[in-house]
Design a protein around this ligand. Structure first.
Ligand code: ATP
Length: 729
């Protein structure tokens, strides 16, 4: 029996007959006591399960707040009618109006092996295995072949073991030598190769699945502006980074383990049942299989929802990691505010939640494990003893391979040893199937997260956004935007930016400007001003296609003809050259005749040529957003503008950290390169570089003025916003 365990590899084992030696005698002898223990343990588990489910139901209504703690929401059902853009413009009259949205129920979603899970898998499998000629399909077939080979080797080993035991008991040296030395010396090679091939194929399959799924996730997530919309317009997905990296990895490993954990035991069950029914009678394997099926059903009834537990654990881990990455990203601000104690409270709370959840899962696993052992291992062992001994104890069940009246003792020992080997393998196979069932619900947790990710991205790709919104006045609701039903029009024109009756609406449905009308042609430089939060930057978001257009007609150039310069310019992870030419690559820059010398001249125009010496040249890779000062970053962004020379540039407070000389240089150079400027600023000193002023007030009203020399001279020292108030309409 001990020798048989040497065969085990790759797949985990559950029901081993050898466990019989551990069964406490007292339990076997005293049926009443064992039954009492069983009832007690059962009661404990069902109580725990109930407790868990009740808590969980309460948590369905709980949302995290800023402290990493939770607050209760009461409103989970919402109703409102569908409205298109035409109704938008008529219903939206003031700022803070809400665009009427499709009401939607907050659905309770569970991660378990149900209809939804199979539907999710049906959609995921074509992504994982794109066709019969794919590498993944080849791996699936190879793994199946290796698994069948493994089963044949198990059968060989059971017979071999019986023969060796017989040769020992009958003191037959020559047979012992032939079997245990020569035959085994040959067979150890295929045994070893097959076992390791199983491991290799399994891990190759996991990494092939991971690569396929990650590629798909990258393709959809990084397509168009989906990555922006997934976190800014839609808010269904949380911790997207974790989903694209960790969850996909775990899903792939779990899937290949499951494939092994189901395919191999299935082959084993068929082959060993066949062998067993020859050896100990037709009914024996059937009794064993029926026993395991009823145990599985019973265990499923009493076991906690592991899929849901895993899914919650992943979410909580993601929240914790996200908060840590925020701490790194904002370390300077947090340090300056001495805000670390506040941050620590948030992190400690999130950590507490993760640990509490893991501990709760561990307790549930502990009780669940007790039942697994009792029913899957020990009761099964008792039943196996009975079935093995039956042909000997009752001649009615005797077969050619067990209990034959003419058989010698050594023959009986060989038969017993071989048959128990078959039974061990059959029990292990069924046990593994039960375990696979358990893994399946864990796998359902990963599947649910990944399919949600894919489904939401697919919605976003089709222009359908959903957002959970909570406000004091309206309570909680789900705000759905289906851009296919909005009556807007977008026209591409590389020489014009024009808003005709376009409302400015946030993804949460707040109407910032009811109906915006203005146009910018080459040579018309527009300065946009207004109070904080009135929607100035939102205009750029609409021009760039980041936010949905809720109505009217929008004329915009192709994206390569507009460049956006924000207050805090984005710095890519890469070389200094990469910062200057972003988003171009070096080869693209060279194609445009931008050699390093020419780039150096660009740097010189913004007074940054010293960076080349200070930082060690063009090819030094660094975290430039950390290394450069705010002003240096703004100058570098200006050099980027000179490199790209787009037709239009949107400058969003992009000169706030530089001197007026440099500011002047920027606007003069832009003029020299024929770049039409749309600036967003509160500074009256910028008036002189523009021809028109678009001024908003807090109510969403606006006015467009022509800037003549007199007006900018008289306004130069003033803040543009405070200058004038508009009557509300
Ligand atoms: N992704 C988003 N989802 C929902 N609302 C948003 C989003 N981004 C911005 N908003 C809201 O839109 C409103 C306008 O924001 P915007 O950035 O356009 O203001 P702004 O006029 O540029 O302000 P500031 O002068 O402070 O930069 C704000 O109330 C803001 O909270």
């Amino acid at each position: 029996m001990a020798a048989q365990s040497t065969l085990n590899c790759g797949c985990s084992t559950t029901s081993k007959l050898s466990y019989s030696s551990y069964i406490p005698n007292v339990l076997l002898k005293n049926k009443k006591l064992s039954m009492a223990g069983l009832v007690l343990a059962l009661a404990t588990t069902s109580w725990l399960k109930k407790k868990y489910n009740n808590k969980d139901a309460a948590k369905e209504k709980v949302l995290p707040n800023g402290d990493g703690n939770t607050t209760n929401t009461t409103n989970t059902e919402f109703t409102s009618s569908d409205k298109t853009s035409s109704s938008t413009t008529t219903t939206a009259t003031t700022k803070n109006n809400k665009i009427a949205n499709t009401g939607s129920k907050l659905k309770k979603r569970t991660a378990s092996v149900d209809k939804r899970f199979f539907e999710q898998m049906r959609r995921l499998i074509p992504i994982l295995i794109p066709g019969v000629k794919s590498k993944e399909f080849a791996l699936v077939v190879s793994l199946a072949l290796v698994l069948v080979l493994r089963t044949y080797l198990d059968i060989w080993f059971s017979g071999f073991n019986g023969a060796v035991v017989k040769s020992i008991v009958s003191r037959n040296k020559s047979v012992f030598k032939r079997k245990a030395i020569y035959e085994f010396a040959i067979m150890m090679w295929p045994l070893s190769i097959v076992n390791n091939a199983l491991k290799l194929t399994k891990s190759s399959m996991a990494s092939a699945f991971r690569s396929r799924l990650s590629q798909y996730a990258h393709d959809t997530y990084l397509k168009n502006l989906n990555f922006y919309r997934a976190s800014n317009v839609d808010n269904r997905l949380h911790n997207i980074d974790q989903c694209v990296t960790q969850d996909i990895d775990k899903f792939s490993i779990c899937l290949s383990n499951l494939y092994c954990g189901i395919a191999k035991p299935l082959v084993d069950v068929c082959l060993f049942s066949y062998k067993l029914q020859q050896a100990i009678g037709k009914g024996a394997p059937m009794i064993m299989i029926l026993y395991f099926i009823s145990v599985t059903i019973f265990l499923k009834k009493i076991s906690p929802p592991f899929g849901k537990l895993i899914s919650t654990e992943q979410r909580l881990e993601g929240d914790l990691r996200y908060s840590h990455s925020r701490l790194i990203a904002h370390s300077e601000e947090i340090g300056a505010y001495r805000g670390i104690n506040r941050e620590k409270i948030i992190l400690d709370n999130l950590l507490k939640k993760v640990i509490k959840h893991i501990e709760k899962s561990n307790v549930l696993r502990f009780f669940n494990g007790i039942f697994d052992s009792i029913f899957v291992k020990y009761f099964a062992t008792m039943l196996a003893f009975k079935l093995l001994a039956r042909p000997l104890m009752d001649p009615k069940y005797a077969t050619m391979f067990m209990g034959n009246a003419k058989a010698t003792t050594s023959q009986l020992i060989e038969d017993y040893s071989r048959n128990s080997g078959y039974l061990v393998n059959l029990s292990q196979a069924i046990g593994r199937l039960i375990l696979a069932g358990r893994d399946l619900s864990r796998f359902a947790g990963y599947t649910s997260r990944i399919s949600d990710f894919i489904d939401v991205l697919s919605d976003i790709d089709q222009g359908i956004y959903s957002r959970y919104v909570k406000s004091k006045t309206e309570g909680a609701r789900v705000h759905i935007i289906d851009t296919n039903r909005l009556g807007y029009k977008v026209i591409r024109n590389n020489d014009l930016i024009k808003f005709s009756n376009v409302p400015v609406v946030t993804p949460a449905g707040d109407v910032l400007i009811e109906s915006l009308n203005f146009e910018v042609r080459p040579g018309v430089n527009l300065l946009i001003t207004g109070p904080n939060g009135c929607g100035k930057s939102s205009i750029f978001r609409i021009i760039n296609g980041l936010w949905p257009v809720f109505g009217g007609t929008l004329v915009v150039p192709d994206p390569e003809n507009i460049l956006y310069l924000p207050q805090k310019p984005y710095m890519i992870l890469g070389t200094l050259r990469d910062q200057l030419i972003y988003p171009h690559t070096r080869s693209e820059a060279l194609k445009r005749q931008y050699t390093d010398d020419k780039l150096e001249r660009l740097l010189a125009t913004v007074g940054l040529q010293h960076l080349l010496i200070r930082e060690g040249g063009w090819d030094v890779v660094a975290d430039w957003s950390e290394i450069l000062s705010g002003g240096e970053k703004q100058r570098l962004a200006m050099a980027r503008l000179y490199y790209h020379q787009p037709k239009f540039a949107i400058l969003d407070e992009c000169t706030s950290a530089v001197s007026t000389d440099i500011e002047n240089h920027l606007f003069c150079t832009a003029k020299k390169y024929d770049i039409t400027i749309i600036s967003i600023s509160h500074r009256a000193s910028l008036l002189k570089y523009h021809t028109h002023l678009l001024r908003f007030d807090e109510q969403g009203n606006y006015e467009i003025e022509l800037i003549d020399e007199i007006s900018w001279k008289s306004n130069e020292s003033e803040e543009l916003v405070a200058e004038r108030e508009f009557p509300s309409t």
